[in-house]
Design a protein around this ligand. Structure first.
Ligand code: PLP
Length: 284
């Protein structure tokens, strides 16, 4: 596989980052994941804009223009002959000579940028037909979840807790209300209404979320952006999650309680279809 590191395309075995890199030492970095279908990028512009915002929130200069970033994405797709899968992008505050909590001067210590591809079936997956099971866990993450940082230890632990409980993923709960999934935004459907938490610093502003809500409103579906409790979720008619790599994924049980008839609901199925159709058409 060819990967991109700081301006160079290299075989993965030759791609290296310093042990002093602040991404490694402090999780001082941000990332994006963009899906590829039929060799084309989904929602690239949304991911690029969120990346710029994440960088700005952390006072990190961007090491690359958004036009060049699109070119690097496309070049990696070409070089790795990627038809379906993901492109992972990470930018960290770089490697100063010593370990120091204080940010280094970006003029002296440039950011580190890494991109690589991962080939994976995304569209035609069995889980889209069976749905997934989620458990609830406490949301003990930091308070700036709107910044897409590489601090993913707790979400990883959440996935492990889900696995240990015989489920597929975890929904995180704060003050009784669902914030989001470990790596996705969370939704319930009740009496035909699509309910998902409002934007704020408590959740990541999902690019897929924005697209799916737009498509839902265009299709005259009713959307309510508000917090919902885990109790409401257990009484919902259906539920689903969205993310760049899972698109729209139906949820069929919450903390062991089956939703509806225990099969993916019609709203989730329809939104998955619309999202896939529309984002394929708009793919670059
Ligand atoms: N929420 C969290 C915590 C995530 O990690 C992700 C994606 O990785 C999302 C939501 C979904 O965001 P997007 O649709 O931009 O992939």
């Amino acid at each position: 596989r060819t990967v991109y590191v700081n301006g160079e395309y290299l075989p993965e075995a030759e791609a290296k980052v310093s042990v002093f890199d602040r991404g490694f030492l402090f999780a001082d970095g941000v990332y994006e994941v963009t899906s590829v279908l039929g060799g084309k990028l989904l929602d690239f512009e949304g991911h690029a804009k969120r990346l710029e915002r994440s960088l700005a929130e952390l006072d990190m200069p961007s090491p690359i223009s958004m036009e060049d970033l699109l070119e690097v994405h496309r070049e990696l797709v070409r070089r790795n002959d990627l038809d379906e899968g993901m492109i992972y992008l990470q930018i960290t505050r770089g490697a100063a000579g010593d370990r120091d909590f204080v940010f280094p001067d970006p003029e002296v210590t440039p950011p580190t940028i890494v991109l690589f591809t991962q080939s994976k079936t995304l569209a035609d997956v069995p889980a889209a037909k069976t749905g997934i099971k989620v458990i609830s866990i406490d949301d003990i993450r930091w308070g700036r979840r709107d910044i897409k940082t590489v601090q993913l230890l707790y979400p990883s632990m959440g996935k492990m807790m889900a696995k240990a409980a015989g489920a597929d993923d975890a929904w995180m709960v704060e003050d009784g209300e669902v914030t989001e999934g470990t790596s996705n935004n969370a939704y319930i459907v009740k009496d035909g209404k699509i309910i998902t938490r409002h934007l704020g610093s408590e959740i990541l502003h999902g690019i897929t979320r924005a697209a799916v809500l737009r498509f839902a409103r265009e299709a005259q579906m009713v959307v309510e952006e508000r917090a919902f409790t885990i109790e409401e979720a257990k009484e919902a008619d259906e539920a689903f999650v969205t993310s760049a790599s899972s698109f729209v994924m139906p949820v069929v049980s919450v903390d062991g309680v089956s939703l509806g008839d225990g099969m993916p609901g019609p709203v989730a199925a329809r939104l998955r279809e619309i999202y896939l159709d529309e984002s394929r058409k708009a793919a670059v």
